[in-house]
Every structure is written in structure tokens, then in C-alpha cells.
Design a protein around this ligand. Structure first.
Ligand code: COA
Length: 259
């Protein structure tokens, strides 16, 4: 079904693996198009509760956009490339009503770091490396990196990382708030799946509202507080809220339906 991605549904979690290991899983046109398509599947398929994005092999998560496709682009083609990527993939991941997390298993550079940052949060293997090295190529990040790196690590560090093109390791990325957990490579997918299994026991509609509200905050949306009030109110119209509160009072585990 996909030529550049591997997908596997495991207990409600779709594991999406970018599969161009000989090119460090670089994001060419096909990968971008297929990531958009697989996200449509995540949105639309009720069997998928959550998703993990990772890279094939042991060296790279994604080492950036495919630089070989950049050489001949002009202004309008460059603009169109960034816009298509942001609209079709990166914003779609960020705004997905189901949790999508990155399992960063190696180099996450340029578009790879941007892909990881568009996920709701990140776990990394100890060998992971992060960076936005676009200025080495006479470029800047175009898939949301200037915005999301600043949101995640703050202005000063984001400026330094993007101006120097320095790579940082997993532990520094954790200290900066770029990743939540660092584990040995062989434990990476299990760690990501374990977190998602815990999330599967919670109320899905409430989870989707958490995602929307936190995204409002991260994007400094002035409507964020008001949206929280509305979404809080909407929770009272769900079966899951009735089930969750009743289960608490009856001292039993809730059985949420996502309704
Ligand atoms: N786009 C296209 N091809 C890429 C790529 C990218 N972003 N990153 C790696 N590759 C390719 C290399 O060209 C090489 O292909 P080849 O075997 O046909 O020559 C292959 O992947 C292996 O990469 P190589 O550089 O030989 O591996 P390495 O272990 O020496 O270095 C990196 C790994 C990730 C440090 C290095 O590949 C790199 O710096 N990549 C570019 C990172 C970047 O600038 N990303 C931002 C893009 S906007």
C-alpha cells in the first residue's frame, strides 16, 4: 500500500516507519505524500487509537528533507514545497485528534527534527541526535521548525541551535524539553507503546480535547482560555464523562467508548 513507509497495527497503535534506510530515511516527495496519506488513515480508521512515527534501521530517524530534490527549485517551488509539507503532513500530525508520538531512533535533522516536533511528544533512544542544520545549505527550516523548536526549547536556545546548526544528543534534548524520555535503542518502541497503552485506558474524546487545548497554548492562540471553557463544557455531553465519573464513585475501572 505504501512504498516508502512500513505500517503495523499493534493493539490499537499504528507504528509508522519511514523506510529509506539507505538514504537515512530522508523525506522526499513520495515520503511526504505517503505521510499525508497515512495520517488520513490515522484520522479515519476507528481501529487506530494512537500512532508512533519512527525510522527504519539503527542510524537515522529521518536525516531531513531530501536535499537532492532542492537543487533546482526556485522561489515559487520552494514556497509550494514548504506549504504542501506543512498543510499536508506536519500540521495534520500536530492537529490529529488521536495521540501521535515520535520514537526517535537516531539522527533527527532538519525535516526529521521538524517531523518529531510536529508529534504530540517524543521519546528517544540514547543514540538519537537532533539538529536544524539548514543554514549549512543556505536554507532555513520550512516544515514549521522555526516555530516549534522555539515553542519547545525557548527563544535563546532555538536561535543558537538554528544559527550554529549544532547537533545535540538525546540527554541534552531531554534537558531542553525537546524529548520526554531517553531509553536504550532496543527498548525504544516498547517504551513508546507502553505510554500509549496507558493512554488507551483514558477517555478518547477528552484526550482529543487536551490535544486541541495544548496546541492552542503552544500557538499562543488568544482564544485558548475560551476554547478550554467550551471544550470542558462539551465533555459533559459525552457518555465517557458519565462513565468516568460513575466508575469513580462506584469504585470500579471505567470502560470508555470514545463517545
Ligand atoms: N537528503 C538526501 N540524502 C541524504 C540526506 C538528506 N537529508 N541525509 C543523508 N542522505 C544520504 C547520503 O547522501 C548518503 O547517500 P549515498 O550513500 O547515496 O551517498 C546516505 O544517505 C548515507 O549518508 P552519509 O552522509 O553517507 O552517512 P553518514 O553516517 O556519514 O552521515 C548524516 C549521516 C545524517 C550526519 C549526514 O548524512 C548528513 O549530514 N545528512 C544531511 C543532514 C541535513 O543537512 N539535513 C537537513 C536537510 S534540510
Amino acid at each position: 500500500m505504501y512504498t516508502t513507509l512500513l505500517t503495523e497495527l499493534d493493539k490499537g497503535t499504528l507504528v509508522i516507519t519511514v523506510n529509506r534506510p539507505d538514504k537515512m530515511n530522508a523525506l522526499n516527495k513520495d515520503v511526504i505524500q505517503e505521510l499525508g496519506k497515512v495520517m488520513d488513515e490515522v484520522y479515519g480508521n476507528d481501529e487506530i487509537k494512537t500512532a508512533i512515527i519512527t525510522g527504519a534501521g539503527e542510524k537515522a530517524f529521518v536525516a531531513g528533507a531530501d536535499i537532492s530534490e532542492f537543487v533546482s527549485l526556485d522561489y515559487s517551488q520552494g514556497t509550494a514545497l514548504a506549504k504542501a509539507g506543512q498543510d499536508g503532513v506536519f500540521n495534520k500530525i500536530e492537529n490529529c485528534p488521536k495521540p501521535v508520538i515520535a520514537a526517535v531512533n537516531g539522527f533527527a535533522l532538519g525535516g526529521g527534527c521538524e517531523l518529531a516536533m510536529s508529534c504530540h511528544f517524543r521519546v528517544a533512544s540514547a543514540n538519537a541526535k537532533f539538529g536544524q542544520p539548514e543554514v549549512n545549505l543556505g536554507l532555513i527550516p520550512g516544515y514549521g521548525g522555526t516555530q516549534r523548536l522555539t515553542q519547545l526549547v525557548g527563544k535563546g536556545k532555538a536561535m543558537e541551535l538554528m544559527m550554529t546548526a549544532d547537533m545535540i544528543g538525546a540527554d541534552e534534548a531531554k534537558a531542553l524539553g525537546l524529548v520526554n524520555h531517553v531509553v536504550p535503542l532496543e527498548e525504544l518502541l516498547a517504551k513508546a507503546k507502553e505510554i500509549l497503552q496507558k493512554i488507551h485506558t483514558k477517555a478518547p474524546v477528552a484526550i482529543s480535547k487536551v490535544i486541541a487545548c495544548v496546541n492552542d497554548a503552544a500557538n499562543c492562540d488568544p482564544a485558548g482560555f475560551g476554547n478550554e471553557i467550551t471544550r470542558f463544557g462539551e465533555c459533559f455531553t459525552t457518555e465517557d464523562m458519565k462513565e468516568g465519573t460513575s466508575a469513580f464513585l462506584e469504585k470500579r475501572k471505567p470502560a470508555f467508548k470514545g463517545k
